[in-house]
Design a protein around this ligand. Structure first.
Ligand code: ACO
Length: 446
């Protein structure tokens, strides 16, 4: 049984509690007692610093590898209740947004805090469309990668490179400048992603078509060949838009924390978000959707599922697309994606891996190993099946995730740079190494 803290311990409550709430701590080393305030269900770690055994003592620290129980910011962007499987952007349930909204509307909501009016949405959409092109030298830059370079590696290099094309982006204290970079990032990410894909395919890059909507234009840049005008299937376009909505933000996850930490040095947003892309690349985070499809291909047939599950229980395997640091219930995004699968498969034909995935889910959810550890499908369990049905290779899956997550990264970066409580991120350590050793010249070392 996992001894990890429950999700409700991890996500800070939204409403302020009485500031008269306190915690009394008795230091059994000295017998001294301290009273520290509790605000919003949290104590400030710095309040522990006063707890010392003597005047020379540095003071008590909180030790929290992987930030299992440490809030690093106050945020009004995304609310998560991992126990109940609740996800809200700016207070709007993810189910409602996925059902009724478009990705650009959600991006506006994340960035500005409110759903746009019709006029605001038209203006926002126009601005994004006006910034979808990249400098021709970005194209040449991508052309310099090996033909088989991983598209996520190309994307992270290209996003970082954008900082050299927009050196003014380092004026991060200028609100208008921040707004311009926000629009550029959301607008250019699909273009960079599609160029990376076409590079792998050895096909000419396709320029954006601003007659098309956000997801449709992206499909066009991926798949347009000799036809004069690319016409996306509206069902695929909508499914892709929903996937972007579902991936748009997820509060202080690994890549968002990376964006905030890098951004806290006051670097430009392209450099900070390149760091987010790098974090998302890992198989424990955005790379998991790629690993899910590889895992399903390896399992091959339903008959092999019991053996595979035995391997997981014995610790030889990991069931990719299952488990989450915060969700200890069904990830609400996985439920919506599972539904979106049906719409996509209506156009593309059913992905044969779907039956293995659904059977795997069914068996896993009935197994004591998964039940006791509260491991449920996460957003990545089914998303790869849709991407694969759209004709994308597994290496493109984390890239798809990065496109959607860009609006969340930028919203979190905007919140961080305007938060007067934030400073450069700089955790402490507990040093366990050697001290004050006498230096030995090279020929004296045995
Ligand atoms: N398969 C098998 N066992 C698992 C899995 C899994 N997918 N996930 C967790 N466990 C087990 C662990 O072995 C551990 O068991 P133990 O208590 O016997 O040691 C227990 O469940 C707790 O797991 P931790 O690894 O401590 O949980 P943590 O919060 O650190 O990890 C993570 C979360 C990384 C997502 C993990 O569940 C995992 O690796 N899942 C597979 C990868 C994946 O799908 N990642 C995508 C996450 S969603 C996203 O980033 C968009």
């Amino acid at each position: 049984m996992s001894t990890k803290p429950e999700a409700s311990d991890v996500t800070a409550p939204t409403s302020s509690r009485e500031s008269s709430e306190t915690l009394t701590i008795t230091d059994n080393r000295t017998g001294s007692t301290y009273e520290v305030p509790i605000t919003d269900g949290a104590i400030r770690s710095l309040d522990l610093r006063q707890i010392k055994v003597d005047e020379d003592d540095f003071g008590l620290l909180a030790y929290d590898p992987a930030f299992m129980n440490t809030a690093s910011c106050r945020s009004t962007i995304t609310f998560l209740d991992g126990d109940l499987g609740v996800l809200e952007y700016r207070g709007y349930p993810i189910e409602q947004l996925a059902e009724q909204s478009t990705y650009l509307e959600v991006a506006y909501l994340l960035v500005h805090g409110e759903l746009p009016t019709k006029a605001q949405l038209d203006d926002w959409t126009h601005q994004i469309k006006m910034h979808t092109f990249v400098h021709e030298n970005v194209k040449s830059f991508i052309q310099g990668f090996r033909h088989d370079a991983h598209p996520m590696g190309m994307l992270l290099g290209a996003v970082g490179a954008l900082s050299t094309f927009y050196p003014d982006a380092n004026k991060i204290h200028d609100a208008e400048n921040r707004q311009l970079q926000t629009v550029r990032l959301i607008a250019k990410m699909p273009t960079l992603a599609a160029f990376s894909y076409r590079h792998n395919m050895g096909q000419p890059y396709v320029y954006p078509d601003n007659d098309l909507d956000y997801a449709g234009n992206f499909l066009g840049m991926l798949y347009k060949m000799t036809e004069l005008k690319y016409q996306p299937d509206p069902r695929l376009e909508r499914a892709l838009d929903i996937l972007f909505i579902l991936h748009a933000d997820h509060e202080q996850n690994c890549s968002t924390s990376a964006v905030r930490a890098i951004g806290s040095s006051l670097v430009d947003p392209y450099s900070a978000i390149a760091g987010g892309v790098a974090a998302l690349y890992g198989p424990s985070h955005g790379g998991a959707n790629e690993e899910v499809v590889r895992m399903l291909l390896r399992i091959g047939t339903k008959d092999n599922i019991p053996d595979f599950i035995e391997g997981v229980k014995a610790g030889r395997e990991r069931l990719m697309g299952f488990g989450h640091r915060v969700y200890k219930n069904y990830d609400p995004r996985a439920r919506i994606i599972k539904k979106a699968c049906d719409d996509v498969f209506e156009v593309t034909g059913v992905n044969p891996l779907l039956s293995i995935a659904t059977e795997l889910e069914k068996i896993a959810l009935g197994e004591e190993y998964f039940v006791s550890r509260r491991l449920y499908p996460n957003v990545d369990f089914y998303s790869g099946l849709i991407y694969q049905a759209l004709g994308l290779p597994a290496s493109m899956f984390p890239v798809m995730f990065a496109i959607g997550r860009t609006s969340g990264w930028i919203a979190q970066w905007l919140e961080m740079v305007q938060d007067p409580e934030q400073k450069i991120a700089r955790p402490l350590q507990i040093y366990t190494g050697e001290r004050r050793r006498a230096y030995l010249p090279l020929d004296s070392r045995s």
